[in-house]
Design a protein around this ligand. Structure first.
Ligand code: BG6
Length: 491
């Protein structure tokens, strides 16, 4: 099976935080892959910008190193790498003073007609300064876009103020708010599954679906991000953005097209229909957890507090929530969400649990009839499994068996699965906003999250400990089992 690559217009990508972690691990490798795929047109440039005192050659050395460390074996091609490095430039700028901005302006002036994208791979505290200087140095032309990474705020008020800050310099159509989950192949596949098949949509409602589970389990711990993570916690870090976006794609009505506004309007309606969780119900429908010492990826690992070096932190590294969506389609269908660090394995999936059949024509000897399940595996081992009941083959009467119609994407398609950033970086150049979050979506998500955070504060809802390498705290199991249901465990 072959994939199709459509070249994009020549561009200048200016990456603020060009020598940082995101640039090293994700952005540079993603742009390199797009070059290999033949998607970059000439003359395209990638301009690193940061405070570090480097020149073009220094940045090229940094990038070569990044590629050799983060590409998979066989992907580092000396000839392609040298073409790629030739695209790189570097400007040492200070976001908080005028140092370096004239040099940036001079460099960009030589690419007036190109698409120009500024990528803010820096902490949000610098967004305002950078936007103001981009604007005051007249670096915004009609082909300019700005890309911002999460966290977009830590509550509704700070998100609004950040959005206002960016909005002072850029129009909403120029602002690309990245949620990298939306760039994942299998997440986009959700749209294909729902809206390119006649099969599911008639069943996709409370008449036929019992409940939905969304799990994003990680095996990693803090990964050197203690300062950020301890102030955020799992609710802000994963639920406010990635998991709510997944929920929106599962729950939204069919948009009239995949055009950005059409899709984002539908997602927004879902966010606005989420039933409020506050001090009156948070302890019943939310569970907070924090990992203790245990084992992960075959080795012993310390607990969160040891990793953090602070014995008093009450930050959650795990959260489970029972969510209700108050609209006609989903009334009475709970969505159980959970995410955590240092869990048994890295596994993200969406499980649609259909209702049981209304009446069985088989007698007890046929065995139990298990309700259908659709399991959309987001990562790793991307694929879709539709669990159905069949007759056990062979003689001996009617015995029923629960089996998956199993489509593993790796086995079915021999194409490489591009990283989410590859798709998203090119969508910025194409000016396609469908997979990016609009301002009102981000704010609607915070509007739902804020009362949960307040409730946790007001009621001092504790974190329950869970052993690293397990599937989370026992309260999370109780959360779903109280309703007579169980978490789907992938293996
Ligand atoms: C990030 C979070 O947005 O997503 C991290 O800040 C998390 O804490 C990461 O580890 C997970 O992304 P992925 O693509 O590895 O599932």
């Amino acid at each position: 099976m072959s994939s199709q690559t459509i070249p994009v217009d020549p561009f200048d990508y200016v990456v603020f935080g060009g020598t940082g972690d995101l640039s090293e691990r994700k952005l540079l490798p993603a742009l390199y892959h797009r070059q290999i795929a033949g998607q970059l047109s000439e003359p395209t440039r990638i301009i690193g910008a940061s405070r570090a005192d480097l020149d073009d050659d220094g940045f090229r050395t940094f990038a070569r190193d990044a590629l050799s460390r983060h590409l998979k074996s066989g992907e580092f091609d000396e000839k392609e790498v040298s073409i790629f490095l030739g695209r790189l430039h570097y400007v040492s700028v200070d976001a908080t003073s005028d140092r370096g901005w004239d040099a940036m302006a001079a460099l960009l002036a030589s690419g007036q007609d190109r698409v120009r994208a500024f990528y803010l791979a820096v902490g949000p505290s610098l967004f305002g300064d950078i936007c103001d200087r981009i604007s005051s140095h007249d670096l915004i032309n009609r082909n300019t876009r700005i890309v911002v990474e999460k966290p977009i705020g830590r509550d509704l008020a700070s998100a609004r103020s950040l959005n206002d800050t960016i909005g002072r310099a850029f129009a909403e159509e120029q602002i690309f708010r990245i949620d990298h989950y939306l760039g994942k192949e299998t997440v986009q596949n959700l749209m294909a599954l729902r809206f390119a098949n006649a099969l599911y949509e008639p069943l996709w409602n409370s008449a036929h679906i019992d409940h939905v589970q969304i799990t994003v389990a990680e095996s990693v711990g803090l990964e050197g991000r203690a300062g950020y993570y301890d102030r955020a916690g799992a609710l802000r870090d994963m639920v406010q953005n990635h998991i709510l976006q997944l929920l929106c794609l599962v729950a939204m009505e069919a948009p009239p097209s995949v055009e950005a506004e059409a899709v984002r309007d539908e997602k927004l309606k879902v966010l606005r229909a989420l039933r409020r969780i506050d001090s009156s119900n948070a302890s019943k429908v939310t569970v907070r957890g924090q990992y203790r010492a245990g084992a992960s990826a075959g080795g012993a690992v310390g607990g969160y507090l040891d990793e953090l070096g602070d014995a008093n932190s009450n930050t959650e590294t795990f959260v489970a929530i029972k969510v209700e969506i108050d609209n006609w389609r989903w009334a009475g269908v709970p969505f159980y969400l959970r995410t955590g660090k240092r869990m048994a394995e890295r596994a993200s999936e969406i499980v649609i649990n259909f209702k049981p059949i209304p009446h069985s024509i088989f007698d007890g000897s046929a065995g139990q009839i298990i309700a259908n399940q659709l399991v959309i595996r987001l990562q790793p081992d991307e694929g879709v499994k539709q669990w159905i009941m069949i007759k056990d083959p062979g003689p001996g009467g009617m015995r029923l068996r629960h089996v998956p119609l199993d489509m593993s994407f790796a086995q079915s398609f021999s194409v490489r699965h591009p990283d989410a950033y590859e798709r998203l970086l090119m969508d910025v150049i194409r000016c396609n906003q469908t997979l990016f979050m609009r301002r009102d979506e981000v704010e609607a998500a915070w509007k739902w999250i804020d009362p949960i955070l307040t409730a946790w504060d007001e009621t001092a809802q504790p974190c329950q400990g869970y052993t690293a390498g397990t599937s989370g705290p026992t309260n999370a199991i109780a959360l779903i089992e109280r309703d007579g249901r169980t978490w789907h465990e992938s293996r």
